[in-house]
Design a protein around this ligand. Structure first.
Ligand SMILES: NC(=O)c1ccc[n+]([C@@H]2O[C@H](COP(=O)([O-])OP(=O)(O)OC[C@H]3O[C@@H](n4cnc5c(N)ncnc54)[C@H](O)[C@@H]3O)[C@@H](O)[C@H]2O)c1
Length: 366
């Protein structure tokens, strides 16, 4: 079967791994063209991938062969580019977050439903071997009934390495909107949707100094909270906590742990696709490593659009879907709203746990 053709919009930092995987790993898709506001960036991509053409976004949207737009623009670009894609009758898969605001998210999902196209969103790391293995273990009852979960993403921001780090400190950035999607998507796929949250958020450093090479010494005014803690009541009854921070120099906290009535599960870094997966059940003295039971251990970014392509072919729902991404967006806003209002926030949105990946999948083969 011939691959489903993709156009990539946004050829910046993260695009490298998407080009690599969508051009060389996932065989059910192929990249036909790419667009960026910066012509040097598209030129660099087509030099590396001569089979890909440079074009404008308009030309990409007018190309009847292209079925999926992969939107790798900075957060401010996610909504306008996705809306243009949907208006052109294309399926669209964007980087995270889904959109800046809840209203934009609702508008996008409604427009896509009307147009009969799919909306997909990063992250797709939860489709990797690590978190899929955890999901199977929980659903098979290994740790009993989930009681609680904790998640930590603590670092000192991205201005030391990213060439253009300003967007991380503007609306749509911050540790919750930037890194929260990995952790929250993993938690929702493991434990199901959330019904109520509260949270606290602060800006610890009102200005940040870029120390990466290109803009070394430039100052960024911080517009969004950079240390955010949330508490989540899952619909299942489990209670979760999450802290995301760009203000922390050092920490020994785990990434994600799930606490069950029969034992605890250590979930791998949800910004990766592999392990380790560890468990310690009641009565056991040590944590022990468990084997991964699914495919996609290496950096599989792009598996989301590849899954979407398979879903287009087979008529099923794709996993990294708009309802899940909207629920995660809703949670991220709700932590900030709770902090501002000093309250709990009831979560209006919900979603289904995405379908488990099939056992025995190997990289690049559906
Ligand atoms: N850098 C990372 O490690 C990383 C990791 C995971 C996810 N992401 C996410 O990926 C997205 C992009 O991040 P990045 O680091 O690649 O940013 P970047 O600034 O390096 O690249 C973004 C590119 O998009 C282009 N662009 C912006 N608006 C556009 C538009 N309307 N039309 C065409 N091109 C447009 C810019 O010119 C730029 O080349 C963000 O949402 C980010 O959260 C980044």
């Amino acid at each position: 079967m011939s691959p489903i053709k993709i156009g990539i919009v946004g050829c910046g930092n993260i695009s490298g791994i998407y080009f690599k995987n969508l051009c060389t790993v996932f065989s059910n898709v192929s990249v036909k063209s790419c667009a960026d506001l910066d012509p040097e960036r598209t030129a660099a991509k087509v030099k590396e991938y001569p089979g890909v053409q440079v074009c404008t976004l308009e030309a990409m949207l007018a190309d009847p062969e292209i079925k999926i737009i992969v939107n790798l623009t900075t957060p401010q670009g996610h909504f306008p580019v996705a809306m243009q894609a949907v208006a052109a009758g294309k399926h669209v898969y964007s980087e995270k977050p889904l959109t800046l605001t809840r209203d934009q998210g609702k508008t996008l999902l409604a427009a896509a439903a009307k147009a009969g196209v799919m909306v997909g969103n990063a992250p797709d790391t939860f489709l990797g071997a690590g978190i899929q293995t955890c999901r199977r273990l929980i659903e098979d009852g290994m740790i009993g009934t989930p009681i609680g979960a904790q998640a930590f993403m603590l670092c000192h921001g991205h201005e030391s390495w990213h060439p253009d780090p300003e967007f991380y400190y503007k609306v749509g950035g911050g540790p919750m909107f930037d890194m929260g999607p990995y952790y929250l998507t993993a938690l929702v796929s493991l434990l199901g949707p959330v019904k109520r949250v509260t949270g606290s958020a602060r800006i610890s450093f009102p200005q940040r100094t870029i120390t990466s090479a290109k803009k070394n010494g430039q100052i960024i005014d911080v517009e969004i909270p950079t240390h955010v803690t949330g508490i989540m009541d899952f619909a299942s009854g489990a209670i979760g906590t999450i802290t995301t921070s760009f203000d922390v120099w050092a920490s020994n906290t785990p990434r994600i742990e799930i606490f069950g009535s029969e034992g605890s599960l250590s979930v791998p870094d949800p910004n990766t696709f592999g392990g380790p997966v560890k468990v310690k059940l009641k009565g056991e003295k040590e944590w022990r490593d468990l084997p991964l039971t699914c495919g996609f251990e290496a950096n599989g970014r792009g598996i989301g659009p590849s899954d979407m392509a398979d879903a287009i072919r087979t008529g099923r729902t794709h996993r990294a879907n708009g309802a899940l991404a909207y629920h995660v967006l809703d949670l991220m806003h709700a932590f900030h709203d709770a902090s501002t209002n000093g309250s709990h926030v009831a979560i209006e949105s919900t979603c289904k746990k995405p379908e488990l990946m099939r056992e025995g999948l190997f990289d690049g083969n559906w």
